[in-house]
Design a protein around this ligand. Structure first.
Ligand SMILES: NC(=O)c1ccc[n+]([C@@H]2O[C@H](COP(=O)([O-])OP(=O)(O)OC[C@H]3O[C@@H](n4cnc5c(N)ncnc54)[C@H](O)[C@@H]3O)[C@@H](O)[C@H]2O)c1
Length: 337
């Protein structure tokens, strides 16, 4: 059994650490949010008050934080990971961050004598809870092999993506494709409706035809067709619009740096920005379907901007906003992203 250090016990980190504890490992966890800390403690995590205590004697330390700036701070602070951990400890960042932050963590970890891998995840809160997350891991072969063993209790799939930052690069590209597919499912569903097709029949046709995608299968923005669609629940978030904007913006930043032209992703970003400007940051990202419908409404939506009601929020998905992260936590349950 191993000793895990864990920083970031939020909607993802909480259930991930629960699975490590269930597998018999010792997990020492830290978070700035007292609610996240007490919930983790209730699931068997040994919660501590500083990064130094998290890393002391740990075989591996995971970070699962909102954004690049949080990851840089936790690694690089005077009392952060690089300053306080032993170099035998493997460092794993599973946050979704920009490629530059990930490269910075690889470079500085190496300078300080550490092994580091980037290991972002797909599968959402439901995957974190069920220990079926897909991990995409980037780094040196030996570190990736070691990380694979440590990741196992939380994963359905672990893929060695390649060298440093390959995991985060794969995550960013994947999520960009998802949100473009979501636009396709939105526009397709609306055009089918206006052309007089039965929505269920059209969805079945697309499901066995070339219009099929994960977004079409899981987030199809019409009520009564796909159980996991937010359209069945007034677009209460399975994956929030502001988180979708974060992910698609990471792709666009990478496109700008590399000269890749990402017109479809730009349109997706405009759609999410528009939703947020209209006050729907905490609604589901599939509410962008309203920009395709002839009357500006969305099927299954009552037109309100209120976020998930308590009854529709999963007990496992806390809806918190940490003032320190300046990022609202998703209320997601079924978002595989
Ligand atoms: N929620 C999803 O469905 C999902 C899916 C795949 C990937 N991700 C990615 O996983 C990461 C975490 O997502 P989440 O949904 O768990 O976010 P979250 O906001 O629920 O959790 C992040 C936690 O980090 C803590 N934190 C922030 N700064 C800290 C610091 N300096 N020290 C200690 N703790 C700190 C916050 O208090 C919070 O509890 C993000 O990068 C997200 O993009 C999320």
């Amino acid at each position: 059994m191993a000793v895990y250090g864990w920083i970031g016990l939020g909607n993802m980190g909480g259930p991930m650490t629960t699975n490590l504890v269930a597998a018999g490992h010792t997990v020492r966890g830290f978070d700035l949010d007292p609610e996240a800390v007490s919930e983790a403690a209730a699931h068997g995590v040994e919660t501590v008050g500083s990064i130094a205590e998290v890393v002391a004697g740990a075989d591996v330390v995971f970070t699962m934080l909102p954004r690049g700036e949080h990851v840089r701070a936790v690694f690089g602070a005077e009392d952060g990971i690089w300053a306080t951990a032993e170099t035998r400890t493997l460092l794993v960042d599973s946050s979704t961050v920009d490629v530059e932050t990930s490269q910075h963590c690889h470079d500085l970890s190496a300078q300080h004598g550490f092994r580091f891998v980037d290991a972002p995840v797909s599968g959402g809160i439901s995957g974190a809870t069920a220990a079926t997350l897909a991990f995409m891991v980037g780094g040196e072969d030996e570190a990736v092999r070691e990380a694979t063993g440590r990741i196992q209790p939380m994963a359905g799939t672990i893929i060695a993506a390649g060298a440093a930052t390959a995991g985060i690069a794969a995550k960013i590209c994947n999520n960009m494709m998802l949100f473009i597919d979501l636009m396709a499912a939105s526009e397709g569903s609306q055009l089918a409706e206006q052309l007089g097709l039965d929505p269920k029949v059209f969805w079945e046709i697309a499901s066995v035809s070339s219009g099929r995608s994960w977004a079409q299968q899981t987030w199809y923005p019409m009520p009564g067709i796909v159980e996991s669609s937010a359209a069945n629940r007034n677009y209460d978030a399975t994956f929030r619009a502001d988180l979708a904007l974060k992910d698609v913006s990471l792709a666009l930043d990478a496109g700008e740096r590399t000269g890749v032209k990402l017109q479809a992703a730009q349109l997706a970003r405009q759609r999410f920005e528009q939703l947020i400007d209209e006050g729907f940051a905490d609604k589901d990202c599939s509410l962008i379907v309203k920009y395709s419908s002839p009357d500006g409404g969305a099927p299954g939506w009552d037109g309100t901007g209120t976020s998930a009601t308590p009854s529709s929020t999963s007990p496992s998905a806390r809806s918190r906003t940490s003032p320190r992260t300046a990022q609202a936590a998703p209320t997601a349950k079924t978002g595989k992203v």
